[in-house]
Ligand binder design. Structure first.
Ligand SMILES: [Zn+2]
Ligand SMILES: [Zn+2]
Length: 438
């Protein structure tokens, strides 16, 4: 059949996308589903920063590709057991084969054949049902129809509005999962969330759900901070550089994914030093720490820059709000510099969970001794360490019970032809979640 979808043929076109138009609405031949696959009529698909990262080239994928990985729809034709026409499904952006090592351990988010298929731009098992166009993360939801592996799909409550249901596949599963699966936060433990996009705000909702206290939210957009406060953050910290700290900025060529928190490079260097307690070692360590604490992506920010002495110190503000440092810090920006801040903002024994996807060239420098001397933990969280078939229905049930108000993440709905303009808004940080609806 012929479908209409948003195809990306070239990464890295300049902004604004309203002019360069990286996404083109094209007619593409879609082959019928093979064994174990479903034909789905897509009802809604969220615009995620991971789509933007393919568009801007910071997360390169095979081209051309039909984007969109956070979606929901109705099964039209099923070639897989357990699914029938009329079923409402949500998608997970990593298919779970069910048989590999990670799947056998219950770590479906790390499925090895699933990751290989995503890298190749195919469905699980290697099929390519779009004629001459690659699949995005096994979903390709920016189209009126999709053929997916049933291993990418989860049956969900059909009564949810599609623009809400779509959010569970990426933002909610990733953000809430980082808190409840990766961190396993306990009631009364403190948490800080760096970056208040869809995933960051979902992590905040997860922290509220888990009973974390206090909960600190950090961003550079006042409206997002206000939203975070209304969702349960006890302290909101505006990380924008003060006048005195505005001078040292990170190297622009490397920091497009960092743009959301441009102040990250400056304050973190100084604050990371301050995070090392005097008991951590002799003065030699402190000197080593000073040099290590400079994030690789902030070479342009002189660590001894005089203005930083007077600059607003994000890390110190978090430490103040959490009585000396957070038990858990969540980094959702996709910036090594911000990850350094998050790490520095935890207390002794604290855990830093990173959810963002920095450009592959970004390196993280942390004081190595702090892992031992302060028993700090640094953990990655992919897809919220989720088992999608378990977690998506759980999170939807919590939403229906009023315990997980993910509808508050929805900024607006858009049409297929409005995607380029919508990605300009996402890049500018002026939206949380925009959802394409059909
Ligand atoms: Zn996503
Ligand atoms: Zn697997």
């Amino acid at each position: 059949m012929i479908i209409r979808g948003a195809v990306l043929r070239e990464m890295g076109l300049p902004q604004p996308y309203a002019e360069s138009r990286p996404l083109r609405t094209e007619q593409v031949e879609l082959a019928p589903p093979g064994p174990g696959e479903l034909l789905v009529r897509v009802r809604a698909a969220g615009l995620c920063h991971s789509d933007l990262s393919v568009i801007d080239g910071s997360r390169p994928r095979v081209m051309p590709m039909l984007l969109g990985h956070e979606a929901t729809g109705e099964v039209v034709r099923s070639e897989a057991p357990g699914f029938a026409p009329g079923d409402t499904v949500g998608f997970a952006f990593v298919p779970a084969c069910g048989g590999c090592g990670p799947c056998a351990e219950g770590r479906a988010a790390l499925c090895e054949p699933g990751a290989a298929a995503n890298t190749a731009g195919t469905l699980l098992g290697g099929a390519q049902r779009l004629d001459g166009v690659h699949h995005h993360l096994g979903v390709s939801g920016f189209a009126d129809h999709a053929v997916v592996s049933a291993r990418s799909a989860v049956k969900i409550d059909p009564s949810l509005p599609p623009e809400i249901a779509a959010l569970f596949g990426c933002a909610v599963m990733t953000g809430v999962g980082a808190v409840v699966n990766t961190a396993r936060i306990q009631p009364g433990q403190s948490a800080v969330v760096f970056g208040l996009g869809g995933v960051g705000l979902a992590a905040l909702l997860g922290a509220v759900l888990a009973g974390a206290h206090p909960i600190v939210a950090v961003d550079v957009v006042p409206e997002k901070l206000a939203l975070a406060t209304s969702l349960g953050a006890t302290t909101a910290i505006d990380a924008r550089p003060t006048e005195s700290s505005a001078a040292p900025t990170a190297a622009p060529s490397e920091v497009s994914p960092n743009a959301a928190i441009p102040s990250g490079a400056g304050p973190s260097s100084g604050a990371l030093n301050a995070a090392i307690p005097s008991g951590a070692g002799p003065s030699d360590d402190a000197r080593t720490v000073t040099s290590q604490s400079e994030p690789a992506s902030s070479a342009a920010a002189p660590r001894t820059a005089a203005p930083t002495a007077a600059a607003f110190d994000v890390v110190e503000a978090v430490r103040e709000a959490t009585a000396g440092g957070a038990d858990y810090a969540f980094e959702t920006v996709g910036s090594a510099a911000v990850l350094g801040q998050a790490y520095a903002a935890t207390r002794r024994g604290g855990t830093t969970v990173t959810v963002g996807l920095p450009h592959p060239y970004q390196l993280l420098s942390i004081p190595a001794v702090s892992l031992v001397a302060e028993e700090r933990t640094l953990k990655g969280s992919y897809l919220g360490s989720a088992v999608p078939s378990r977690d998506i229905p759980r999170y939807i049930a919590l939403y229906r019970a009023g315990r997980l108000p993910v509808d508050r993440l929805l900024t607006s709905t858009v049409s297929l032809d409005g995607l380029n303009e919508a990605f300009d808004e996402l890049a500018a940080g002026t939206s949380i979640r925009q959802v394409l609806v059909f």
